[in-house]
Design a binder for this molecule. Structure first.
Ligand code: AHG
Ligand code: MN
Ligand code: MN
Length: 332
């Protein structure tokens, strides 16, 4: 069987289907190259002394891991000179990175969580990279932070890499979701699954249950019903999984269905949940919807939320459609 590489896949999309422009193809290729470099850096682990924490905090007040900082630098360095971007924004940077004047300015904005699940780095559990692409508004002069504040429905592309037993790249250009596996010897991503679909029904859920006492009543009710199993109102048993890397939990759902929840809770009442809208929830929601799943914050479709801040947080319920609709209906 002839193997289709990411490069070939993107050229097809551009040439025959007219789905993407040349600059977007370059953008995806460059992000994929950055993910390869991150995968290699992570793979060396303790050999290069790169495990453990850096001495810095990000804007969320989280202590950065050394690999958070390195992954962020890799994404910036690979992407800044290609001429495809106007600016980048990241979980690990307080403010957007505007493309320096010495490079041509492109028409896209790139947002990323360079290393998702980084608390898992030191224990050798899967981590990943999440990214989102928006059009840069036209005729604006200098790019500013508010130019990034576009609803997720405006994304032109979204994807994530999972650095697990294999390195995967899962990608949507707005016409379905494809999965590529890194061939480490050749150094290229190979198409291993077209048109990923999330089953509508599931018997698996994903939530950090240690926060149960802080949940709001609709979430408590929904999870209680799942836990009641066969003899409860749902009439079937449910299994639970929580990797604590959103990429790994979402990838499991992309593969065999399930529901992922990070609700708002009473620990920090002024913060609506833990996950970040612009570079975690939005790209993952686009991918999940493109695979036939659903994604809400309990009240509305995540992709319809008008962002107010670059680093704003949001409650997340995503995955198999019927379950997401049910837990959302409990919020009404
Ligand atoms: P990050 O490492 O980018 O800060 O993201 C971690 C996120 C997400 O990947 C995961 O689902 C969640 O935090 C885990 O949270 P808990 O530690 O509360 O389980
Ligand atoms: Mn993250
Ligand atoms: Mn991160």
């Amino acid at each position: 069987m002839r193997k289709i590489t990411l490069t070939q896949f993107l050229i097809e999309e551009q040439r025959h289907k007219g789905v993407i422009q040349g600059d977007l193809r370059l953008l995806v290729e460059v992000v994929a190259r950055a993910c390869k470099a991150i995968s290699i850096a992570i793979g060396k682990g303790g050999i290069t002394g790169m495990l453990g924490s850096a001495t810095t905090e990000n804007i969320q007040g989280e202590v950065q891991k050394k690999l958070d900082v390195i992954s962020n630098e890799i994404l910036l360095e690979t992407n800044e000179w290609g001429g495809h971007l106007a600016a980048m924004a990241s979980e690990e940077m307080d403010h957007p990175y505007i493309i320096p004047h010495r490079y041509p300015k492109g028409e896209y904005l790139l947002l990323f969580d360079p290393l998702d699940g980084s608390s898992n780095i030191d224990v050798n559990v899967s981590v990943g990279t999440i990214f989102s692409v928006l059009n840069c508004p036209e005729n604006i002069g200098a790019v500013e932070e508010h130019h990034f504040l576009q609803a997720g429905a405006k994304q032109v592309c979204a994807g994530y890499a999972v650095y697990g037993p294999t390195t995967l790249l899962v990608l949507t250009l707005g016409n379905g979701v494809s999965c590529f596996t890194l061939d480490r010897e050749v150094g290229s991503f190979v198409l291993t699954q077209r048109d990923m679909r999330i089953p509508e029904e599931t018997r698996e859920f994903s939530i950090n249950a240690s926060n149960m006492r802080h949940w709001e009543p609709p979430v408590k009710r929904y999870v209680d019903e799942l836990l009641a199993g066969k003899t409860g109102p749902r009439g079937k048993d449910f299994n639970m999984r929580w990797v604590a890397s959103m990429v790994a939990d979402v990838h499991r759902i992309m593969t065999r269905g399930g529901i992922f929840m990070y609700p708002r809770d009473a620990r920090e009442p002024d913060k609506p949940g833990k996950l970040r809208l612009m570079y975690e929830a939005n790209p993952m929601s686009m991918i999940v919807e493109q695979a036939g799943g659903a994604s809400t914050d309990g009240n509305q479709r995540i992709l319809d939320i008008q962002p107010e801040q670059l680093h704003q947080r949001v409650a997340v319920f995503l995955g198999s459609k019927n379950e997401v609709e049910r837990v959302t209906s409990y919020h009404r």
